[in-house]
Design a protein around this ligand. Structure first.
Ligand code: ADP
Ligand code: MG
Length: 678
């Protein structure tokens, strides 16, 4: 009898399993139908034929037509993955993760198995992985270990029109690899722009272009310039919501902070409108948004409701969100800008290019006719916007790629095959910086320190700080600081109704005016002491997610320390060793207090200020080292620590001379003068 019962039970399980299988199958079948409805599907066989016939192919198609999600699957179905992986690069982390998740779903496999992704500090792949989405920067790093990309049968440089620094460097490297690896297929895929330019660069590679589905988009401009684009954007969203037929809204902002502000204001205003209006679902999307929340933007909007997506540039071409009918375009994005003369880099909120504006507007016309609201005037558009966005290689600090190229054995950088060469000055500046950091010798060859630095997927100044910490026996502290500086998102949060509490909690970590770097270290160590408690984070107004990310990054840095044979050692009683390690990496970022309470950068004098969020913003030490400059209303130094000027001579003798650090003002400026000047 018991046997019978058992069998029955198994039958039961079988039935359950079967119906579950069926449900999954029909979901999969549905996804296959969606795949077949994408514009690219019509051209599947032609595309595969073109890939078969040509080694290098430029592929051009509208955003949302299926390039990123479908081409790798087509290649897999056609058997290319039997010979090696298909790698597909993305300029943005979020895109790499989100697209990989989608493709895994379409193929009915678990993410990280056959389909995976790899982004800095996060590898979600396995031995099984045959379709690998990754950031362009990660492929660049992979090249350091596998210079011929032997494990790949196809490399797709996707979103090539974005022209990120890593993509541009990859162009030069994969073009070369393709010459001595005739079995490697190389696909350059881009939204509809610059195709000829890509083709010319890749020795007149054929262009495979296919039409997408585009519906007309009505473009509206403001009649006068907007003084405050945040406010204008909110008002526009609410006006659409109240007056226009259903259909989702996409708004472009420049970064996480703006998006959070917009979300808060929108929620508040919606509440003020009462219950008579329909539901407005607010979905933010930016690089540091946790992946569960990212998925939310793809969920279909419930009947009768409207969704508003608050996005960074990521939604311009990297991610396609279905159902968008209205686009609100304030006309700005956050861009890195670099002054090759001074070597200073800063993040700027900059007007977008016409090409960007066109892409943004196009997001409104994917599934039906749409409308785009440009929060600038037609005159502004016609006369002030550049045609195209300047490629990143021409507006960034090149030290990190120069170090990578040097470790790949590429010495002649002036003659590197750049699609658009960087200013010669910028190359020279980065060589000088790497020399000053001790990564290169006088002949421009990689030193032992340089080789160690290149192991870290970090800016060379951060890598130098880590490598030097070996000497000062404080690698334990320094990798925590490096991890905290690399999170990307904010660490502290400051809810509107609890600002005073939040500020007090934050200031606790600054006791003794230790400086922002040490404060970050204190945050990390205190959290670790509580055994990584979430409750502790809540109590201290600290973002749990940021801390978890810091822990992941730190673990990886610890692993890399072992690779470059640096022992983990702690020197908490000697905070000056920690500070010295920081200065040894960041000495080009030093500034000296002026009488009026502002600062002058030491080497290439420029006026800067301590960021109001810094623990030292009221202290104003005479000499400081900073992590980065951010330009908002003023040029602000973010993450600031005090230093002793004599350290500069000791730690960077190739960079500073005595005259740079002589404290001429010291006699005239008694201690505390800074405070008085406030
Ligand atoms: P392209 O690379 O040509 O811009 P994609 O391959 O990214 O196009 O997108 C093709 C389609 O797949 C789009 O309709 C998009 O909405 C859908 N899609 C992509 N990623 C996701 C996702 N994570 N969830 C749901 N749909 C997605
Ligand atoms: Mg794409």
């Amino acid at each position: 009898e018991s046997v019978m019962a058992g069998e029955n039970y198994e039958d039961d399980m079988d039935a359950k399993q079967k119906s579950q299988d069926l449900a999954e199958k029909s979901a999969l079948e549905e996804l296959q139908e969606v795949r077949r409805s994408l514009p690219i599907y019509t051209y599947r066989d032609d595309l595969l034929k073109a890939v078969e016939e040509h080694q290098v192919l430029v592929i051009v198609g509208d955003t949302g037509s299926g390039k990123t999600t479908q081409i790798p699957q087509y290649l897999h179905e056609a058997g290319y993955t039997k010979r090696g992986k298909v790698g597909c690069t993305q300029p943005r982390r979020v895109a790499a993760m989100s697209v990989a998740a989608r493709v895994a779903q379409e193929m009915g496999v678990k993410l990280g198995h056959e389909v995976g992704y790899s982004i800095r500090f996060e590898d979600c792949t396995s031995d099984k992985t045959v379709l690998k989405y990754m950031t362009d920067g990660m492929l660049l790093r992979e090249l350091l270990g596998e210079p011929d990309l032997a494990s790949y049968s196809v490399v797709i440089v996707d979103e090539a029109h974005e022209r990120t620094l890593s993509t541009d460097i990859l162009f030069g490297l994969v073009k070369d690899i393709a010459r001595f690896r005739p079995d490697l297929k190389l696909l350059i895929s881009s939204a509809t722009m610059d195709a000829e330019k890509f083709s010319d660069y890749f020795d007149t590679a054929p262009i495979f272009s296919f039409p997408g589905r585009r519906y007309p988009v009505e473009i509206n401009y403001t009649s006068a310039p907007e003084a405050d684009y945040m406010d204008a954007a909110i008002v526009t969203v609410l006006t659409i919501h109240v007056r226009e037929p259903l259909g989702d809204i996409l708004v472009f902002f420049t970064g996480q902070e703006e998006i959070e502000t917009a979300e808060e204001i929108l929620k508040h205003r919606i509440r003020g409108l009462g219950t008579k209006i329909r539901e407005l679902i607010i979905c933010p999307i930016y690089a540091n948004l946790p992946s569960e929340l990212q998925a939310k933007i793809f969920e279909p909007t419930p009947d009768g409701a409207r969704k508003v997506v608050l996005a960074t540039n990521i939604a311009e071409t990297s991610l396609t969100i279905d159902g968008i009918k209205y686009v609100v375009d304030p006309g700005f994005s956050k861009m890195k800008s670099y002054n090759p003369r001074t070597g200073m880099e800063s993040l700027l909120i900059t007007p977008i290019s016409k090409a960007s504006a066109t892409q943004r507007a196009g997001r409104a016309g994917r599934t039906s006719a749409g409308k785009c609201y440009r929060l600038y005037t037609a005159f502004n558009y016609n006369n002030d916007l550049e045609e195209n966005t300047v490629p990143e290689v021409q507006r960034t600090n090149l030290a990190s790629v120069v170090l990578a190229l040097k470790s790949l054995g590429i010495h002649d950088l002036i003659n590197f095959d750049f699609m658009d060469p960087p200013p010669a000055e910028a190359l020279v500046k980065s060589l000088e910086l790497l020399f000053a950091l001790g990564a290169l010798n006088k002949l421009g060859e990689l030193t032992k320190a340089g080789r160690r630095m290149a192991e870290f997927p970090l800016d060379p100044m951060l890598s130098k700080m880590i490598v030097v910490s070996d000497k000062y026996k404080c690698s334990d502290e320094i990798i925590s600081i490096a991890a905290m500086l690399s999170i990307g998102g904010s660490i502290f949060y400051r809810p509107k109704d609890k600002q005073v509490h939040a500020d007090n909690a934050r200031m606790n970590f600054h006791t003794g005016n230790v400086g922002d770097h040490i404060a970050l270290l204190k945050v990390y160590s205190s959290w670790k002491e509580t055994n990584y408690s979430t409750q502790w984070c809540y109590e201290n107004y600290i973002q749990v997610r940021s801390m978890k990310r810091a822990r992941d990054i730190r673990d990886q840095l610890e692993g890399l320390l072992e690779r470059v044979e640096i022992e983990i050692s702690s020197n908490l009683n000697e905070l000056d060793s920690v500070r010295k390690s920081i200065v040894a990496g960041f000495f080009p970022h030093t500034a000296k207090l002026q009488k009026n309470g502002s600062y002058r950068t030491v080497k290439h004098p420029q006026t800067v200020h301590i960021h109001p969020n810094s623990g030292l913003s009221q202290v104003l030490p005479r000499w400081v080292v900073y992590h980065e400059l951010v330009l908002t209303s003023k040029e602000y130094m973010r993450q600031v620590t005090e230093l002793k000027p004599e350290w500069l001579i000791e730690l960077a003798p190739h960079y500073y001379q005595l005259k740079d650090v002589e404290d001429a003002a010291s006699k005239k400026m008694p201690k505390g003068a800074g405070k008085a000047a406030m």
